[in-house]
Design a protein around this ligand. Structure first.
Ligand SMILES: Nc1nc2c(c(=O)[nH]1)N[C@@H](CN(C=O)c1ccc(C(=O)N[C@@H](CCC(=O)O)C(=O)O)cc1)CN2
Ligand SMILES: NCC(=O)N[C@@H]1O[C@H](COP(=O)([O-])[O-])[C@@H](O)[C@H]1O
Length: 228
């Protein structure tokens, strides 16, 4: 197999259906010359770890609880900072470094120090979020949109892939798709429709970001060429 052009590190916390969409895309023409070099979960029970192992992808379970136990409740931020510093070390211990970090159902707010560290290494971070830009930031977005729809406050929600910055779910949107809300629809039915959109959009958004990375590199190489 020719050397892959792009390497991905995927962060997960759960079932891993979005990870599976990326695994399948890398194995097909959807994400050519791209491989997933590590999957990291903050939850030991995450089935996504099994999905990665089944695809012969190296996995790491990175547990926040062991860090929390080292600090008093009042110093939880110190525990998170230390946890995130080690998370960055795990990611940067892979050589070559990944080209992109993808949060695929990663239910942990990343500290600014983590983002500073990986940004300094030239590694962008993107995230899948089941809402539209500027709406329902944070955990439980699908249910909050469903509740808002029942009250008539919104008629649609959506899914986005966005750049990860310190402010949660506020980074530049890379890919967005609206999902209409249907009166009388159950939360489970809405979740199913949204998950189907997620599985397509996470591939589209990852592909778009990798294209941006490739274009940036080409410009850098082009810019460094001696002027003729
Ligand atoms: N600095 C950032 N970190 C993360 C972002 C981001 O945009 N900036 N996106 C999130 C993903 N996410 C929504 O897309 C999200 C995930 C989890 C939470 C949250 O409140 N987590 C709690 C713990 C919840 C749990 O363990 O069940 C927490 O971290 O205390 C908010 C938003 C990824 N990180
Ligand atoms: N704030 C992020 C967030 O809420 N992400 C949610 O986590 C799920 C992960 O599913 P998966 O583990 O099957 O990919 C996704 O379906 C997404 O809605």
């Amino acid at each position: 197999m020719s050397d892959p052009t792009y390497r991905l590190t995927i962060l997960i916390s759960g079932n891993g259906t979005n990870l599976q969409a990326l695994i399948d895309a890398c194995a097909s023409s959807s994400l050519p010359s791209t491989i997933i070099t590590r999957v990291i979960s903050n939850r030991k029970s995450a089935y996504g770890l099994t999905r990665a192992a089944n695809a012969s992808i190296p996995t790491t379970y990175h547990n926040l609880l062991s860090y929390k136990k080292r600090y008093p409740e009042s110093s939880i931020q110190l525990a998170r900072e230390e946890y995130d510093a080690e998370l960055a070390s795990i990611i940067l211990s892979d050589t070559p470094h990944p080209d992109l970090i993808v949060c695929a159902g990663w239910m942990h707010i990343l500290t600014p120090s983590f983002l500073t560290t990986v940004t300094a290494a030239g590694i962008p971070v993107i995230n899948l979020h089941p809402a539209l830009p500027g709406e329902f930031a944070g955990a439980g977005a699908i249910e909050r949109a469903w509740e808002a729809g029942k009250k008539g406050d919104v008629t649609r929600t959506g899914v986005m892939i966005h750049e990860v910055i310190a402010e949660v779910d506020a980074g530049r949107a890379i890919a967005v798709q609206e999902v209409e809300l249907r009166q009388g629809e159950s939360l489970e039915e809405l979740e199913d429709r949204i998950h189907q959109v997620e599985h397509r959009l996470i591939v589209e958004g990852t592909k778009k970001k990798l294209q941006e990375i490739g274009d940036k590199r080409a410009k850098e190489v082009g810019g460094s060429q001696p002027s003729t």
